[in-house]
Design a protein around this ligand. Structure first.
Ligand code: MRU
Length: 372
């Protein structure tokens, strides 16, 4: 699936498959203004780090369309900044806006006229969307080497086509493994409170014919203790320079359990999810979302009125719990400070930089880690 983020070039409207209503209903949320895009991001019409980066880029197109008058450049800047601030944790959101801003700057800022900039913005946003699918496919190919024939892979939240421009990160790895002929199955954690696993991951995999079973988040220890899980692959919303990884709330607990049961635990993410300016996980802002996501399912109240709840949307898994970070450049290995730096600086010279699957220095094979 790669048409869930669709820009209509005739009407200059952004159509987003409304993920709040899946799997029951497939309907579009149409964004005509930058504020519509901000609402879509904040209410989770569209979610998942790479998907919100691409959506943010289209949001910049709409912000430009609306910016009128002699101070259009200042208005555009304000609109772009508001989009970048719509959600705090996934670094791809700011990355998407920054890339559009850099495109603008490459024309000398306000010196370019608006119609020409609009054409350039549309081209840039479309390129980002196309690139994201290609990146997910490259990442999937690298990650597939970490999965064995017959494995059952547990994943948390939804890091699938819906969370990207298409194909997915964690689900991209699973898709690529299945496409390479490996017989694999998936356990999708339901992922309270927004249920991205039960609603979205299960929907995507079932459509692809990949066997998937949904489990309550709190079943993870039992399933692992029964030997039902051979690999864990999750996505990421922000990876610090040392490899500490923010992902959907509950991911850290899964990583702790995987360590206990000696199960390889991989993070799959594009390089755009790495935040080299944040040294470690303590600097990653954790979004707190509305209480209602926890207190209610649909219109049904689960908790007594006025009882406070925690609704932290993400947690941070320390780098020491990761078996590898699967990227489009290869599988980054510990020490992550070095392999992340090498990948970001395009120094992917194989094992000496700690990147399995990268171009090997000596022309030899460079198998992925965690295989047994
Ligand atoms: O709040 P969400 O649904 O935007 O959070 C998304 C996640 O945390 C996903 O797990 C995902 O790994 C990141 S996007 C591929």
């Amino acid at each position: 699936m790669d048409d869930h983020i669709r820009f209509d070039h005739q009407t200059l409207e952004l159509h987003l498959l409304d993920q709040r209503f899946l799997p029951e209903q497939e309907s579009d949320f149409v964004c005509r203004t930058a504020q519509d895009v901000i609402s879509a991001l904040q209410t989770m019409v569209v979610r998942g780090a790479p998907a919100i980066g691409v959506t943010a880029a289209w949001g910049c197109v709409l912000a430009l369309k609306e910016a009128q008058g002699p101070d259009w450049a200042a208005r555009l800047e304000l609109g772009m900044e508001r989009i970048a601030a719509a959600r705090p944790t996934a670094v791809n959101l700011r990355w998407g806006v920054d890339r559009m801003r850099n495109k603008w700057r490459s024309f000398g800022g306000a010196k370019i006229d608006q119609p020409a900039l609009l054409t350039a913005f549309i081209h840039e946003a479309q390129s980002m969307q196309n690139e994201d699918v290609a990146i997910c496919k490259a990442l999937g190919r690298h990650g597939a080497t970490c999965i064995n024939d017959g494995d059952c892979v547990l994943t948390h939240c939804n890091a699938g086509a819906l969370a990207t421009a298409g194909y997915g990160t964690a689900l991209g790895v699973i898709r690529a493994a299945a496409e390479s002929g490996k017989k694999i199955s998936v356990i999708a954690d339901e992922t309270r409170p927004f249920l991205q696993g039960a609603r979205l991951t299960a929907w995507e995999l079932a459509r692809d014919g990949i066997p998937v079973t949904v489990a309550c988040d709190n079943a993870c220890a039992l399933l692992m203790s029964k030997g039902l899980v051979q690999r864990v692959v999750v996505g990421a919303d922000r990876i610090a320079a040392n490899g500490d990884t923010a992902n959907k709330i509950g991911t850290f607990g899964v990583a702790l359990l995987a360590r206990h049961f000696h199960i390889p635990f991989y993070v799959a993410a594009p390089l755009s999810t790495i935040d080299a300016a944040t040294p470690d996980g303590s600097g990653i802002p954790i979004e707190q979302r509305p209480d209602r996501e926890v207190t209610h399912v649909g219109e049904t109240r689960l908790c007594p009125k006025d009882v406070p709840v925690f609704n932290y949307a993400f947690d941070v898994t320390p780098a020491e719990y990761l078996s590898g970070i699967i990227t489009e450049k290869g599988v980054l290995l510990p020490p992550y400070g070095l392999s992340i730096w090498a990948a970001l600086n395009d120094l992917s010279t194989g094992r000496s930089a700690g990147i399995a699957g990268a171009e090997p220095e000596n022309g030899g094979s460079d198998a992925a880690p965690g295989r047994s």
